[in-house]
Design a protein around this ligand. Structure first.
Ligand SMILES: [Fe+2]
Ligand SMILES: [Fe+2]
Length: 224
């Protein structure tokens, strides 16, 4: 076992250079350490061709590490998106470890990292800061910043993340299904029928678990 140690970042790597299921790194509670941990996990777990270019895009060609996770719902703050992605990673890692006995096809640590760390990259270069007038207690008005959406590539949500990731790395069918359907029944495409979602969940345990991890991160880990 070795450690990537940078004071606050503490990721345990096993003999194969991977983060084992029973050695979860402690969750960072501020965006700077979240970015360091995200990059450490990304580099340790995602080894397929194009991974470097994917990370370079996130770090240098998008606002991924500064973006909020939402405009006002969960982690609507600078660095919220990377913190949410890490919360999903921790949740998904635990879920896959817990369900190991009933999942026929092994879910790799690389698949867990890809699905969790990249499921919401559709939100990179997606939010912008606007200002509104807010009345103060003393009756005066001040301009206060707030996040709003500025969609430059209206391709959907989960499907947009799949498209963006596919520009850099090749996804497996299960990974694509999991990322595509990670919103579960909250997906806007399901206004008329849940059939396709049910079919995806039946065929692909990784898709069910990625959706549950997203819900746990949002509603258990990120509630104020
Ligand atoms: Fe999402
Ligand atoms: Fe999410």
């Amino acid at each position: 076992m070795s450690k990537i140690n940078d004071e606050k970042v503490d990721v345990i790597i096993d003999k194969k250079g991977l983060i084992s299921a029973d050695s979860l790194p402690a969750k960072p509670d501020n965006p700077r350490f979240a970015k360091e941990q995200y990059i450490a996990i990304f580099k340790a777990e995602i080894k397929r061709p194009g991974a470097d270019a994917m990370l370079d895009y996130l770090e240098n060609k998008s606002d991924f590490f500064d973006a909020p996770a939402s405009t006002r719902f969960h982690l609507a703050e600078k660095g919220g998106l990377v913190m949410h992605s890490l919360n999903v990673y921790h949740r998904l890692k635990m879920l896959v470890a817990n369900e190991k006995a009933i999942i026929k096809n092994n879910i790799s640590q690389e698949s867990i990292a890809i699905c969790a760390l990249l499921h919401d990259i559709c939100k990179a270069n997606y939010y912008t800061v606007s200002h509104r007038n807010v009345k103060q207690i003393d009756g005066s008005w001040t301009k206060e910043p707030y996040y709003t959406v500025d969609e430059k590539f209206p391709f959907g949500h989960g499907e947009k993340s799949v498209f963006m990731i596919s520009q850099f790395i090749k996804l497996s069918g299960d990974e694509a299904l999991a990322i595509n359907w990670h919103m579960g029944a909250y997906d806007e495409r399901l206004a008329r029928s849940f059939t396709k979602l049910g079919q995806a969940f039946e065929k692909c345990p990784l898709a069910v678990l990625t959706h549950i991890a997203d819900m746990q991160a949002t509603y258990l880990d990120e509630i104020e």
